[in-house]
Each structure stands twice: as structure tokens, then as C-alpha cells.
Design a protein around this ligand. Sequence first.
Ligand code: ADP
Length: 497
Amino acid sequence: MSDPDLILVIDEGTTSTRAIAFDGDFQPVAVAQAEVPLSYPDDGWVEQDGQEIWDKTLQVCQDVIAQIGGAERIAGIGITNQRETTLIWDRATSQPIAPAIIWQDRRTAERCDQLKAAGHEAKVQQETGLLIDPYFSGTKAAWLLDNVDGARTRAEAGELAFGTVDTYLIWRLTGGAVHATDMTNASRTLLYPLNISPDAGWSTAMLELLNVPASLLPEVKPSGARFGATDPALFGRAIPILSAIGDQQAALVGQGCLAPQTAKITYGTGAFLVANTGAEIPKSENRLLGTLGYGIEGGGAAYALEGAIFNAGTVIQWLRDELGLIADAAQSEEMAEGLDDNAGVYLVPGFTGLGAPHWDANARGTVTGLTRAASAAHLVRAGLESAAYQTRDLLTAFAADGADVALLRVDGGMAANDWLMQFIADICDRPVERPDFMEMTALGAAALAGMQLGWVTEAAWAARTAPGRRFEPNMSDDLRNTLVKGWQRALKQTLTT
Ligand code: ADP
């Protein structure tokens, strides 16, 4: 029998779960994907069935194992996941006590408002790097304890376990033997201190403030680490789990951003800019998030600064599905390219409010600058352009917080749009680099597992050059200033605070 030559990555995203096998050169050799439906049982509620997340994940792993000819080929497993999504399950049966509360869920908004009104935000930001917002896991976990019959009593008796999706998958993969998470996922819960010391544990102050018992919590490990081995009943043999990391941080690693001041932005449904800040604990005065970038057992670790744009690709979906102005996302490129300019039309996509650096939950979308000459194509172009202006606003906030990002490494579905990538380079006045292989999230989890296997070093990974395309800024300062002024006017008309 030959030696195991592949890494199996589980990429559990918000709408689908995937398994990808990578070879020793970190090239994908097999992939399987299954959708996991979201449900919206109440205003602002977003849920998924935890058992279904597991069933579909197991199914895609088995599918990939069949494609590669058997589990003997897998040297290790890496996990990357949708962040903040919250599960509580029964330790005895592994069954969730309620549906998973998805990161987008706003049911704890009132609780967050109370905490803010009571003056806790500054202290919470200092302790966790985060803001008080329903987005993060802490208030979601407390909600489950307070609203599922008997949950709090059972939690206090040690019968229940809490976890983000990585933690639940590790639990199920190891047959309930391992209850662990990684530091990047922990850093999104509101329950973990940003200032980690070698023997850091969960934040006692935050557990108290949010009323979450410590008995529920997993052990926290670096992102690249030994998380135990799979239950042999699943794949016919025990396979070591060698990495777990939240999706945006995984993309940071996948893009090779292991040095301070390197950054990536992923343009998917939303867009997430993450900059490596090295050993320095990020402190934002501009409402960006301080978070853990990654940690490697026996290796380095980095903090990161993060800014989230809530609506990026959603604009394109809206132009396609609600307005019917484009037949598919790719058509937006030809339409934008066919125009000489934006004719003064701006679209501010505040569909669900605006994220960083504004955090204006009550803002809603606007279109400004319409004249009789504005066409469907101008609206489409304004939709694409909005991703560039929002990126520029984030970069300005990052620079004000001391993270001057000189080069943007991009990935995600929207990054396929060449016109937009050039426009982003022009508006942000920085080069944009796009790798040909854009599954940076899965690649990051593979790289971390590969480091544990000794297949690649951190230094080699950071120096790796992925084939791709570079877009150089090529716009006059005058034109850029005029365009940005127009955006700022539109933004002013949109903000409610
Ligand atoms: P997620 O991981 O958030 O589901 P993806 O990274 O798969 O998102 O990106 C999908 C998004 O990218 C969709 O919103 C889609 O409209 C957008 N998109 C895909 N192709 C293009 C394109 N050529 N131009 C602009 N947007 C695109």
C-alpha cells in the first residue's frame, strides 16, 4: 500500500458544504458539494439543521473518498467553516438541542442594545476586539440556554456542549471524543479574550456578562494543530484532523498573507477585508474588528484586523433576480465595460444596513444621480462600482488604524469580473492580485494541515507565488477624486446616523 498522499479539506459554508482533496502540491484532485438549506422562521431569524450539516458533510467526504479510491490516501483532514454560527448539543447523543443559529441571525438585537445601553461596549471591545452585535456567537448561545426548555439546567449539570460549526464537525468526526475549537473561531464568539497568553482560556468576564456557563465550552487550540482522529467507523480508519480555521482567516492563509501588513479581500455575497497585523494586538478606533488571524502549533501566530462589507455580490443577484437587468452575473462585466463613464449614477447597497466602517443597521439602499440619460447599464455599473468604493472606505479605516495595505489579494465569486478588478485597482490606487485558483478558503485549511504533516513550511507557504493576474492602478488622480466625491455624496444621503 502506498503512503497517504492527499489532504481532505471540509469547507462548510453558509449555503453549502464541500469536501476537496488536495495533493502534495496543494492542487485540488477531487471535489464534492451538497447544499444545506437555510430557514427563516421569524423576522431576522436564520437557521440551519445541525444534524443536516453533519449528514451532508459526511456525505461529501464519502463522495470524495470514493473518487480518490479510498481513505488510505488521506494523510490528514483540514476544516474551514462559516464563522459565528452557534450550536448547542447533547453530549450523550450528539443531537443539537435546537437548530443552529446562523451568523446572519438578528434575534439577539434587543439583548445587544441592552448591553450597549448599559455602557459595556468599550470594555467588550477592549477584551474581545469585537463590537456588541448579534452577529457574534455569545448572545446566540445565551439565547438558546434561555429559550430551549431545560437547557440552562442541563448545561449547568454538564450535559450539553457549545460550539461553532468547526467544533460540532470535530465532535461528530471523532465520535464525540474531542470537544475543541481553534483560536480564530473562538475569537468570534465574544467569549474569548483577544489578548491571548500561552495558557489563555475563555474570558471569565465575558462569560459572566453574557451568562454562559464554562461547562459548555470547548478546548481552544491553534488553527494548525492535532485535533484528534476520526472515528474508524466513519471512513474505515482513524484519520488525524490537522487544522480548523474560520473561513475568512482561512482565505488569509490561503492567500499566503503570513507577514504583517499583508491583506486579502474576498468578494462573495458580502466582502471581507482581513489584514495580518502580526504579533501586535489590533486596536481599532474606526469600528473595525480585532481578531485572531491564525495560530500554528509549534509555529507562528498572527492577529488580524477585519472589515466586513455586508452587500457585495448580493447587488449583482438583486440586479439579476429582482430587476431582471442582467441574465447572469457575468453579463454585468460587458455592460459596465460598454459605457464610457458612470454618468454620475451611484448605488449604495444598504440592503441590510451598512457594515464596516459605518455600522449603520438602519441605512437602506439608495440610487443617486439619476438623469434622463441613465440606462440599465448605468445601474449595473453603479452596482459593480459600489464594491470598489466600499473597499476604498475600508482601506481608509484600516490605514487610520495603522494597517496600511499596499496590495490587495482578491478572491471570491465577484473577483472573476475583470472590469471590476481593474476598477478596484483604480479607485483604491493599489495593485490587485487575483490567483487563478480562487478556492482560497479550502486552500488555507489545506496549507495548515500540510504544515502539520511537514509537507510545507510556513516560510515556503508565505513565499509561494500562485499563478494569476495582476491589475495595476491606471486612473488619473483628478478622475478618481471626482468619482470618490460622487460616492461620498451618495453615502451621505444614505447614512442615518
Ligand atoms: P459565497 O461564498 O458568499 O456564497 P461566492 O464567492 O460563491 O459567494 O460568490 C458569489 C457571488 O459572486 C454572487 O453574489 C454572484 O452574484 C457574484 N458573482 C459571480 N460572478 C460574478 C461576476 N462575473 N461579476 C460580478 N459578480 C459575480
